[in-house]
Design a protein around this ligand. Structure first.
Ligand code: F6R
Length: 613
């Protein structure tokens, strides 16, 4: 949620800040702003809308400062407007603040500050922070920040500059990510790594409660008591080009096309096919080469949000089928407020692309506190989830910039299949001969994904006929139903089409009331033992006038003459189908969005990383 950058060094800060903000625009894009030190002291420039609107507003002005902070916003307190944009300043204009997160006690603090005679211009919680810092600010901004944050409740990553101290930027975080980039003669802050890649690969990941002071030639980090601490320098290994569009019109399309490579990386790192030995899955990274999982695990609990939760639903079906272990799966925002019951034999798998989703982190902490063993599946090394979970299995998807998750989802599935199969072997449910078959199927997945992508023109043609539909429902059974959940989410979030997912058997228990001649039904049909059941669900919706498109196996003739359109995907093991069947749905959502004149990379009201509740 929202993006923060800060720069201090020998270059002009303005281009560095704007460049960094563009790399973070996927985190929020309803308004943007910067604060800079220049010949006229501290100046603030803000604009409602995208970063290019901010650029247009300030292009006429010369802003030669060599230090500053910037922000791209996803509104929480107060509508998107110039006034509510960040940076926010205090009433005297001495302190400028950019902020990600939510200050939960801002109402009380605001009343208190008003009682001290201070006035407010915006509706934001961030303006309260600026005023609170200024309240404590005498001549040392670092100690003023230290005092102010003691009174803040909620989550925050803050970048702060003070008019009288142009030689430093202050950064502090709690439950919202913040990275310090260590350059040569320059230092930076950012809420996310892509903003830093052009300048440095050496970073400090700030922990909760740590405060950093960045100077041109050094960056110091303090604990909450004000003592300097030695931080370990981490190296970012992401390829800078991976965070660019690389010739594709949108990041989303690029990331859809990166799936064969991402799946190869995620799978190959864990599959062992040494000659002479039976093929096997090596999950040493999460301690699964030993037999503790087989002997001890009583139950698997999976928790996550959004697309990652859909991966978890598919994970449940996979664990039940391949490992024969009971599984509960729940959205993290529900899980954290239930009273989940664990015993020490339970394993909790927490899935998050960003590793920073507030609800997911809270769910992970709750499960940990109640004694479950935690395994994180995440795409971002150094993320809060990766650091707190203990055992981490990385998806090697590379940076995912488009708001709608695609390659993160399919690589999450790859990880879940690997864990489920390993579990199955350790628990004696899978014999060597079956394992060879499963591993061969997994190894063929990237090439199958490539085949689907090479047929994208057919999906584009179909989208050009259907993109104006107001109701698109996805239906399927078992693994197909779980894949429908993700397919419907993709379509609704980037094309704003009303789309829902239904378990095909449930259609007749209510949803069929919505079906009429204006409805498009996409039926996922890859569960071979249930083709007849799918056929009767299709017949029921066709009888109400719906148009029906089927996604099925390349060799399946079952739905020819029954459906209006049949899309075929390469055959794999039935249980692995979602990893492939979701790709046509991703492409369909993408083309519908573009045909509707929308920006699929930046859908309205959404942000890439949801670090607030
Ligand atoms: C949808 C989407 C979201 C995220 C959700 C969780 O395309 O991207 O539903 O999946 O916000 O995010 P992570 O995986 O970062 O925890």
């Amino acid at each position: 949620m929202c993006g923060i950058v800060g720069y201090i060094g020998g270059k002009e800060a303005l281009p560095v800040l704007l460049n960094g903000l563009k790399r973070l625009e996927y985190r929020g894009y309803d308004s943007a702003g910067i604060a800079l030190f220049g010949p006229e002291g501290l100046t603030v420039h803000k604009s409602k809308g995208r970063i290019r609107e901010l650029e247009e507003k300030i292009s006429a002005e010369k802003l030669p400062g060599m230090a500053g902070i910037g922000h791209t916003r996803w509104a929480t307190h107060g509508e998107p407007s110039d006034i509510n944009s960040h940076p926010q300043t205090d009433a005297e204009g001495r302190v400028a603040v950019v902020h990600n997160g939510i200050i939960e006690n801002y109402g009380r603090l605001k009343e208190w500050l008003i009682s001290k005679g201070l006035g407010f211009k915006s509706e934001t919680d961030t303006e309260v922070v600026a005023n609170l810092i200024n309240f404590y600010y005498k001549d040392d901004i670092l100690s003023a920040v230290r005092e102010a944050v003691k009174r803040l409740e909620g989550s925050y990553a803050l970048g702060i500059i003070a008019a009288g101290e142009s030689d430093r930027i202050i950064a502090v975080r709690r439950e919202s990510p913040l990275v310090v980039g260590l350059g040569k003669g320059e230092n930076l802050i950012a809420s996310d790594v892509p903003a830093l890649l052009e300048y440095t690969r050496e970073v400090y990941y700030l922990e909760d409660g740590e405060i950093a002071a960045l100077y041109r030639d050094r960056a110091e980090v303090y604990n909450g008591e004000g003592q300097v601490i030695e931080k370990e320098v981490s190296l970012i290994r992401w390829d800078a080009a991976a965070a660019e569009k690389g010739g594709f019109e949108h990041f989303m399309l690029k990331e859809i096309h990166e799936q064969p490579r991402a799946l190869t990386d995620t799978l190959r790192a864990r599959i062992r096919t040494n000659t002479g030995a039976a093929a096997s899955i090596d999950l040493e990274e999460i301690g699964f080469n030993k037999s503790w999982a087989a002997e001890n695990a009583g139950r698997v609990v999976i928790t996550a949000c959004g697309t990652a939760w859909h991966a978890g639903v598919i994970g449940k079906y996979a664990f039940e089928r391949y490992a024969g272990i009971p599984v509960d799966v729940d959205t993290a925002s529900e899980f954290r407020y239930r009273n989940p019951v664990f015993d020490s034999k339970d394993i909790c798998i927490v899935i998050s692309q960003s590793g920073e989703t507030a609800d997911t982190l809270a769910a992970m902490r709750l499960a940990k506190q109640r004694g479950a063993g935690i395994i994180a599946i995440t795409n971002v090394a150094g993320s809060t989830l990766a650091r707190e979970a203990g055992l981490v299995m990385y998806t090697w998807a590379g940076p995912e910039i488009a708001v709608a998750s695609t390659k993160a989802f399919t690589t999450q599935l790859a990880c879940l299949y690997l864990i489920a199969l390993k579990f199955g072997v350790l628990r004696g449910r899978i014999q060597d001969t079956d394992m060879v078959k499963y591993i061969e199927a997994l190894e063929a997945i990237p090439a199958h994904a490539e085949t689907i992508l090479s047929g994208k023109a057919n999906i584009q043609r179909f989208a050009s006929l259907q993109f104006n539909k107001n109701k698109v429902f996805f239906m399927g059974r078992l693994f197909d139903y779980a894949a429908c959940l993700e397919s419907a989410l993709k379509l609704k979030e980037i094309s704003y089409t009303h789309s829902e997912a239904f378990a095909a058997g449930e259609i007749k228990h209510g949803p069929i009331a919505l079906v009429d001649t204006s409805t498009l039904i996409v039926a996922l049909c890859t569960q071979s033992s249930l083709f007849d059941k799918m056929e009767s669900s299709i017949t029921q919706v066709k009888a109400r006038g719906a148009a029906v498109a089927v996604i099925t196996w390349e060799d399946c003739k079952h739905f020819d003459g029954i459906a209006d359109e049949v899309f075929r995907i390469p055959k794999t093991e039935d249980g692995f189908s979602p990893i492939l069947s979701v790709i046509p749905a991703q492409l369909f959502a993408y083309y519908c969005s573009v045909l509707r004149g929308l920006d699929p990379d930046k859908p309205r009201n959404l942000a890439k990383s949801v670090t607030v509740e």
